[in-house]
Design a protein around this ligand. Structure first.
Ligand SMILES: [Fe+2]
Ligand SMILES: [Fe+2]
Length: 321
């Protein structure tokens, strides 16, 4: 299925006062206009991509498989084939995430009450369109577009259907954008492919602005909200993180990975055995970076969204001490 419908009631707000009222957002709008780039002409598409130079494109948590014996012992050709497909899978999640961001930002233009917020959000719609374009084009160099994984889809749909605009802003601009930033940092550091490097550099520049928008705006907005509405935003942040880092969500990563193993002829019994061994080892688990703890939680803390009331939920997810 290539088209999926979600019916969302949107509270569209006209604003007839055009003066700047959130100066930092107006300034960010100016930066956004200056930093526009063109996915068709600002990427060196004329250069060829050697898949062996691309490496594994990691998710925001890095690549936990890199120290596995069954991966290290693969013949070079099979390893490149595996990396290509795993990278295309990760980039496909980014691609769908970019579309989700574009859809959500389109809504933000409607639902945000401040003119400065509306103007800024309109620039982010074209930013995300550009990201959709650039990732879709790059994926073709490696493999094919893979489906959107269930936990990420749940998060994106929760943001798209959220009834408070502040929930959309926290879910997309703070949680999803922070994860994207984490991924792009790792990708930039890990790849030797010049084309991907440029794609990631330009995209990360936009995403940094998107995170700033969420932080600046929510810092201003959250103290203005009623206690009840604010509590709903706090709960939304917890629910969003549960969608991505619950044990069930983490399990959802396994299925597409094993499908790729089968496609490239990796022995799934050997792989499964080693993975089980490692992931059951607390010392191995403790060594793995946690993108939620490292990238998302600090931003939620800066906004004061982790309160005495919601802290136990974060503790339970092992995101705070
Ligand atoms: Fe984006
Ligand atoms: Fe973004």
């Amino acid at each position: 299925m290539t088209l999926e419908e979600i019916i969302v009631p949107i509270r569209t707000l006209w604003k007839f006062d055009y003066e700047a009222n959130v100066k930092a957002l107006r300034d960010l709008y100016e930066v956004a206009k200056k930093e526009q780039w063109n996915a068709a002409t600002d990427i060196p598409w004329n250069l060829e991509t050697d898949p062996a130079q691309v490496g594994v494109i990691p998710g925001p948590g890095g690549d936990p498989l890199k120290e596995f014996r069954f991966i290290q012992e693969l013949p070079a050709k099979q390893k490149v084939e595996l990396d290509k497909r795993r990278s295309a899978w990760t980039l496909s999640q980014m691609l769908h995430g970019e579309q989700g961001a574009m859809l959500c930002c389109g809504q933000l233009v409607d639902v945000i009450p401040d003119m400065d917020g509306k103007l800024y959000a309109s620039t982010q719609v074209i930013d995300e369109a550009r990201h959709v374009e650039v990732f879709h084009r790059y994926i073709q160099r490696l493999d094919r577009v893979y489906p959107l994984m269930a936990p990420l889809k749940s998060l994106l749909n929760a943001v798209i259907t959220a009834d408070l605009w502040q929930m959309k802003c926290v879910g997309m601009q703070v949680i999803a954008e922070s994860l994207a930033m984490g991924s792009f940092k790792l990708m930039k550091a890990g790849t030797k492919d010049e084309v991907l490097s440029r794609v990631v550099e330009l995209t990360a520049q936009d995403e940094a602005r998107h995170v700033s928008f969420g932080l600046i705006y929510m810092k201003e907005e959250l103290p203005r909200m009623s206690e009840d509405a604010r509590a709903r935003v706090e709960d939304f942040a917890v629910a969003a993180l549960r969608m991505l880092c619950s044990p069930e969500a983490q399990m959802a990563f396994g299925e597409p990975l094993f499908a790729i193993f089968r496609e490239v002829g990796v022995d799934t019994d050997v792989a499964g055995k080693e993975m089980e061994e490692k992931f059951l080892d607390p010392a191995f688990r403790a060594r793995q970076p946690n993108p939620f703890r490292d990238y998302v939680v600090p931003q939620l803390q800066r906004l004061g969204l982790i309160t005495d009331r919601t802290a136990p939920a974060y503790r339970e997810m092992e995101l705070i001490a």
